[in-house]
Design a protein around this ligand. Structure first.
Ligand SMILES: Cc1cc2nc3c(=O)[nH]c(=O)nc-3n(C[C@H](O)[C@H](O)[C@H](O)COP(=O)(O)OP(=O)(O)OC[C@H]3O[C@@H](n4cnc5c(N)ncnc54)[C@H](O)[C@@H]3O)c2cc1C
Length: 492
């Protein structure tokens, strides 16, 4: 029986471990932190459950497949609740736009804001469906190991004008600025600037339309727990709270994995779900290949980071939907400040997460759980002391929510804390504290992204946000499918 080690229990690592174990490979999953989940870590405070990261669960079928591989049913381990509307978008002039896959409701919303854009929306939807088919259904789980595979995809990229940005494509169909923002902001959910992320990412619109938006009962942490339960049921081993310190190599192969506690074992194949820079620079740092790749990666563009305020409130807000985007006064210019200039602007856009409206179980009775997320430049661009800035920004973010949604927020706070770019770096070994790894621009996608199998070390594999196809749960679960395919072929 072959033995594999997967380093890191993020969604990508968990999905890969399940695929390997389902195929009969004895798999050990080694995680640095005390809990699995990676970006999807969680905290419990004063009866509130605070999920750290992903809250918008799309394409549930890519998750169900992980159970179906061994004849199991995901529904036995976790319940998915539908979220409706998908998002409420709110602008500073008070305009709201409820976004969902209810065709009639969405058309009413578009007509309310800009009736002239209805025909353009239909065309945009057709474009989104085409790139979804090409970029996600066909290529979302295919490893791009050589330039030939990239050349094969080129005609489709040209046909769909992949060199253009999502915002530029949306703008070619839609005239109203608010609707342009409403149909382009999604790339931010995977770390991309709508002004520069490839138009291929317009596929997210169709992905959400077909697959819906879901919430795991009890929180995203329950989905992570379900994946662990399933992996262990299949016979897999999870080792928590023991960071990998080194992947030992012998010639062009990884030989052993060693952790901080001194645990050291030999494996036939080693896959890393940890941050790609951390994997090459630290874990493979003693091998020439590790140093070479770390040098190359340092020249790449990394996605921004995030500043997140978690808070629990006294009271319930049935009128605040599960997902609200509070746009700030600027869109394009704010994105430039975050992605290009690396400054901390006075204004910001907020994604407000309010799970209790879908699932009261994540807060004590009569209370509500929230998080407010603000994209900010990563530490490489904005090397500030977050211990000093964090409390000030937390205050400003809560004040903005008070001004726009909950006037007496200060009197209602039961508990609060924030999570900064420095925490991403410290807790997750995230390079520059980036929240989504490599930025999703065309020149860092597919073959140009870190490969699912290393080019030189024949039994070293990568999985997760830094690899093809990229960040987001469907992305990293797709990367696990690509990586598992390679590993199973090589181990056969
Ligand atoms: C705040 C936030 C909100 C998001 N919202 C959404 C959303 O709503 N929907 C969506 O689809 N996506 C969302 N995303 C993106 C999505 O969460 C991520 O792209 C995805 O979860 C990353 O998964 P991953 O497999 O790359 O691993 P990660 O989650 O990055 O996990 C990597 C794991 O490796 C571990 N590790 C690191 N170093 C070592 C070491 N030396 N030894 C052992 N283990 C190590 C880490 O501790 C971690 O557990 C969000 C991300 C963030 C940060």
């Amino acid at each position: 029986m072959s033995r594999a080690c997967v380093i890191g229990a993020g969604f990508g690592g968990l999905a890969l471990a399940i695929r390997l174990q389902s195929a009969g490979v004895e798999t050990v999953l080694v995680e640095a932190r005390d809990k699995p989940g990676g970006r999807a870590y969680f905290w419990q405070r004063e009866g509130f459950t605070f999920d750290a990261g992903p809250t918008v669960i799309t394409d549930p079928n890519c998750l169900r497949e992980l159970w179906q591989l061994s004849g199991h049913d995901m529904a036995d381990d976790v319940e998915l609740l539908p979220v409706m509307p998908f998002y409420r978008l709110n602008w500073t002039d008070g305009t709201n736009f409820d976004y969902s896959n209810d065709e009639a409701a969405l058309r009413r919303e578009i007509a309310r804001i800009a009736p002239a854009d209805l025909a353009g929306y239909d065309e945009f939807l057709r474009y989104s469906a085409r790139v979804y088919q090409e970029g996600y259904v066909k290529l979302g789980h295919v490893p791009f190991l050589d330039f030939k595979s990239m050349l094969k995809a080129t005609p489709a990229l040209v046909r769909h004008q992949a060199w253009r940005s999502v915002y530029s494509i949306v703008s070619s169909y839609i005239d109203d600025e608010k609707l342009r923002e409403a149909l382009s902001f999604h790339t931010l959910l995977v770390g991309g600037n709508p002004m520069t992320a490839s138009a291929i990412y317009a596929l997210i619109h169709k992905l959400e339309k077909d697959g819906g938006v879901w919430w795991p009962k009890g929180g995203t942490n329950r989905l992570v727990a379900a994946m662990v339960t399933h992996f262990e049921r299949l016979g897999g081993t999870v080792r928590l709270g023991d960071p990998v310190a080194r992947i030992h190599t012998l010639g062009d192969r990884a030989s052993e994995v060693e952790t901080a506690s001194g645990w050291r074992e030999r494996f036939d194949a080693v896959a890393s779900n940890a941050d790609i820079m951390h994997t090459y620079r630290e874990l493979l740092g003693e091998a020439p290949r590790g140093r070479e790749m770390a040098h190359k990666l340092a020249a790449k563009r990394f996605s921004p980071s995030l500043f997140i305020v978690h808070f629990g409130l006294e009271g319930n807000w049935p009128g605040i939907p599960h997902h609200t985007i509070l746009f700030g006064p600027r869109y394009r210019e704010l994105l430039s400040d975050i992605y290009e200039h690396g400054v901390l602007p006075r204004d910001f856009s907020i994604y407000l997460h309010h799970p209790t409206v879908t699932d009261p179980s994540v807060a004590p009775p009569g209370k509500s759980t929230f998080y407010a997320l603000v994209p900010v430049a990563h530490l490489g661009k904005l090397p500030i002391d977050w211990n000093q800035v964090g409390p000030l920004l937390e205050e400003r973010v809560l004040a903005e929510i008070g001004r726009r949604l909950i006037p007496d927020i200060d009197d209602r706070i039961v508990t609060k804390f924030h999570y900064s770019p420095q925490d991403f770096a410290d807790d997750l070994n995230a390079y520059h504290g980036s929240a989504f790894s490599l930025e999703p621009v065309l020149t860092q996608s597919a073959w140009f992204r870190a490969h699912n199998r290393d080019d030189r070390l024949r039994n070293v594999y990568l999985v997760g946000a830094g690899t093809h196809p990229g960040a987001g749960i469907p992305g990293v679960v797709g990367s696990a499918k690509a990586t598992a395919g390679l590993m199973l072929e090589d181990l056969a």
